[in-house]
Design a protein around this ligand. Structure first.
Ligand code: CA
Ligand code: CA
Length: 466
């Protein structure tokens, strides 16, 4: 499994399409972090968990009053304890689930002493620094900030102060996925000291459609997967102690604003880790500066902020209360890079909930999508017919499989008409005659099985016009 260096719209990105990613979580322990943690633990057979670290944010910190209070940091240990209770059953479905003790050994408390507090040398900051300095594993490390960046900031300062000669090397294996900037430490320290190293950094606003505002902003055909009947039957009731602890609102989805940060690292075939512009379960992003990527502007006249991207200037927050149909359409399109996958994401969650309690034969498992003789990256000339073949795909349960090859137009650079795909495993597509050299056309093969719940995986083929 070789590390490929790709150039993605001007920013350097390390592609590791077929590798498990390594992830570090920093969390401020809000109710929606706890809900995200349930899904994270059920998903952690998909990536290597390097660390789970309590941090603060501008919303929650030690000494904060009322809603701003930091919940006792032990909640992380409690959730790992609930994971331990279902671990033996989860292992029946995937041998890659980590042992509860190994997760517990990777839990640390980071900087929690105030908003943006990054002065204390905390165990959490030290662990993050140690992981980022470790050159024994060539794979990138995705650091997810579910709260503020302050513990990450402290970790990077440890590295700068003690190993200034290794900053470039550390940056080369570091990737950041920030759920907004939830304090000022990215702008105050990380940006001036580290942005020059072009660390691939996603700063997301579109995550918000998976947070508390989902009832206002998700389209009608997606909402049922978040409402009480579905959530209660498929997740909360009858799926063991971890799912029973899932933070909800009267049986419905409450919020999981931080979930897109790790959905981005699920190797589901969408190759989203290769480039933030590809789009995937964690959303789709546009290159802004250096290694930094932000949300796609909802319409003309919107521009990315020069400074902090967060609650106070969020497009999501600005659009949240819109009700006029034309504006609602703009808002719905803004969040589409995330909600377009949400039925698949929720069914994935439901299957994992089943895995907590069911034997292998009584649960569903994902199709394994394989291309047959079709490279994942193709060069072709205008007018050329290209064969896209996913017929080597299998399903571990022997389920029937439905295939759909479709042109993910927004992910590519070709801006002409939509290219026809097809509903078979093997299709022929014609590169448009007006496509220009260097333009890219992304085809996604969505493969959905016939199990319960239905499970979906993908393949992506990128055609570059020559
Ligand atoms: Ca959070
Ligand atoms: Ca299956």
């Amino acid at each position: 499994m070789a590390l490929l260096m790709l150039v993605c719209l001007g920013a350097p990105v390390c592609a590791t399409a077929d590798e498990r990613s390594r992830v570090i979580v920093t969390t401020d322990g809000e109710a929606d972090d706890k809900a995200s943690m349930v899904r994270f633990l059920l998903t952690c057979n998909e990536f290597d968990v390097e660390a789970i670290v309590n941090s603060s944010s501008e919303f929650h910190w030690q000494g904060g009053r009322g809603w701003n209070a930091l919940q006792p940091v032990d909640w992380v240990r409690d959730y790992i304890g609930l994971y331990a209770k279902v671990y033996a059953n989860l292992k029946k479905h995937s041998p890659l689930y980590p042992e509860p003790d190994s997760l517990l050994a990777r839990w640390r408390v980071g900087n929690v002493g105030g908003v943006g507090e990054d002065s204390a040398r905390t165990p959490g900051a030290e662990l993050i620094a140690r992981i980022l300095l470790d050159d024994s594993d060539p794979r990138p490390v995705w650091v997810q900030a579910w709260g503020g960046c302050n513990t990450l900031s402290r970790a990077l300062r440890i590295i700068e102060e003690e190993h200034p000669d290794r900053m470039g090397e550390v940056a080369a294996r570091t990737r950041l996925f920030l759920i907004w900037e939830q304090d000022d430490t990215y702008q105050r320290y990380i940006r001036p000291h580290w942005e020059k190293f072009n660390i691939t950094t996603i700063i997301s606003d579109q995550f918000d459609c998976m947070a508390y505002i989902w009832p206002k902003v998700l389209p009608a055909d997606v909402k049922p997967y978040f409402e009480a009947p579905w959530m209660t039957a498929n997740i909360i009731d009858g799926h063991g102690p971890l799912c029973a602890a899932y933070e909800n609102k009267d049986g419905a989805f409450n919020g999981e604003g931080d979930t897109p940060a790790f959905l981005h690292s699920v190797p589901n075939g969408l190759r989203s880790m290769e480039c933030p512009a590809y789009g995937g379960w964690g959303g789709r992003y546009e290159h802004v500066r250096a290694g930094v990527w932000m949300d796609i502007p909802p319409a003309g006249g919107y521009s990315h902020p020069d400074g902090k991207w967060g609650f106070s200037n969020s497009w999501s927050k600005m659009m949240e209360r819109w009700t006029e149909p034309g504006r609602v359409a703009v808002r719905t399109a803004y969040f589409k890079p995330i909600w377009r996958w949400m039925k698949d994401v929720q069914n994935d969650f439901a299957a994992r909930a089943d895995w907590c309690v069911a034997d292998y034969a009584d649960a569903n498992h994902h199709p394994v999508v394989r291309l047959a003789g079709t490279p994942a990256d193709i060069t072709a000339t205008p007018g050329q017919t290209v064969t896209l073949d996913a017929s080597a795909t299998t399903d571990p349960d022997g389920d029937r499989l439905a295939f759909r090859w479709w042109h993910y137009a927004e992910a590519g650079t070709y801006r002409g008409r939509a290219v026809e795909g097809g509903n078979e495993a093997k299709v022929s597509v014609v590169v448009p005659a007006d496509a220009r050299p260097g333009e890219t056309i992304h085809f996604v093969c969505t493969v959905t099985d016939s199990g319960t719940p239905t499970l979906t995986r993908y393949a992506r083929v990128v055609i570059t016009v020559e």
